[in-house]
Design a protein around this ligand. Structure first.
Ligand SMILES: N[C@@H](Cc1c[nH]c[nH+]1)C(=O)O
Length: 338
């Protein structure tokens, strides 16, 4: 008899667990080497505290999906990511600590899923948060740690798509699109619905501007992409990306693909956003970005940036890499955890 477990969750058996331990050990070592101290936070938080983070509409992946009421009648939520709990931690436990504050984590998070899409309801994330370091230097540091993490586990073929969550809002304001139409357009952009995006753009602007914005949303490529932007307003809106690229070292920049239409399903991003892609994987295996307003909403205004890798997705991506090229050693990890 096979007893079911909730969709989007999984059991992990010993062989896979041994490799997962090795993978996580390599990531932990890398984060520590880069100066990030590991923290743990509770899997449950008070709903009232998370609400202060001002998480967006119901399709925002940062909005907790699992709620329960404790013995005092307080509503508790299962965390949906580590960025909000760490922002809470920094705002309440690191009040006197001089920034930048560098923290890392390996933790399970819980999300709602769209049935049939293969999303994880429970996912193991390994990531960092760099609080108190603005753009572009803080962003460059986070990207450098990210690229180093991919190298530390031997995933040489991975690429990091970099976009900017402020690019389209700035551009839409610049071309005079009103607030309501802007929200509809940004929604289509976030869901990567090209047809819907075209429809909303045509509704909100004239045909030439709509065509320009649609073209910008589809631009993806190397650094030369920024040298060839079609319009002064687009060049202005992409100024942050230019500055970021100028500050990256060559090795990190060689892993970056610019994606002007990139947005993430988490509403707290205010600037650069990243997504990690590995050969043969249909979904991103990690992502991150700048969230310069979140900490302020929780009581300690600091610019911040971070990323999280989906450990299981990273593991699956590594399975496509010949064993001899893994930088992690599952045998040693097995001994270490025995
Ligand atoms: N919390 C984000 C990743 C991230 C960390 N810091 C900023 N963003 C996620 O779950 O995808």
């Amino acid at each position: 008899m096979t007893l079911p477990i909730p969709s989007g969750t999984r059991d992990v058996l010993p062989d896979e667990m041994r490799e997962r331990h090795a993978l996580v050990a390599a990531l932990r070592e890398h984060f520590a080497h880069c100066g990030y101290g590991e923290v743990a936070t509770p899997a449950v938080e008070y709903a009232s505290v998370v609400e202060r983070a001002g998480i967006g509409p119901t399709d925002d992946a940062a909005r907790p999906r699992f709620r329960t009421v404790d013995e005092h009648g307080e509503t508790l939520v299962l965390r949906s990511d580590m960025t909000v709990p760490i922002a809470r931690l920094v705002a309440s436990r690191f009040t006197d600590v001089e920034p930048p504050i560098r923290l890392s984590y390996v933790a399970h998070c819980y999300r709602g899923i769209v049935p049939g899409r293969g999303d994880a309801r429970e996912l193991l994330q390994a990531g960092i948060e760099l609080c108190g370091a603005g753009a572009p230097d803080g962003t460059a540091e986070a990207l450098t740690v990210l690229v180093g993490a991919l190298r530390a586990v031997g995933l040489e073929g991975a690429r990091v798509a970099v976009g900017d969550a402020s690019l389209f809002p700035a551009l839409l304001a610049d071309v005079g699109v009103d607030e309501e139409a802007r929200t509809a357009i940004l929604h289509e952009l976030a869901t990567r619905d090209h047809v819907g995006l075209e429809r909303e753009l045509r509704r909100a602007t004239d045909a030439t501007t709509a065509a320009l914005l649609l073209d910008v949303a589809g631009r993806r490529g190397g650094q030369e992409l920024l040298d060839d932007l079609p319009d002064e307003r687009v060049q202005r809106a992409a100024g942050g990306m230019r500055q970021l690229l100028d500050g990256l070292d060559e090795e990190v920049a060689s892993r970056v693909i610019l994606d002007l239409g990139l947005t993430r399903k988490l509403g707290y991003y205010t600037g650069a956003v990243f997504e990690v892609y590995a050969p043969g994987q249909g979904h991103a295996i990690g992502g991150g970005g700048r969230y310069d307003e979140l900490l302020g909403r929780l009581g300690r205004p600091l610019p911040a940036v971070g990323f999280a890798l989906d450990v299981d997705a990273l593991h699956t991506a590594l399975a496509g890499v010949p064993r001899g090229r893994w930088r992690i050693d599952p045998t040693t990890a097995a001994e270490a955890t025995r």
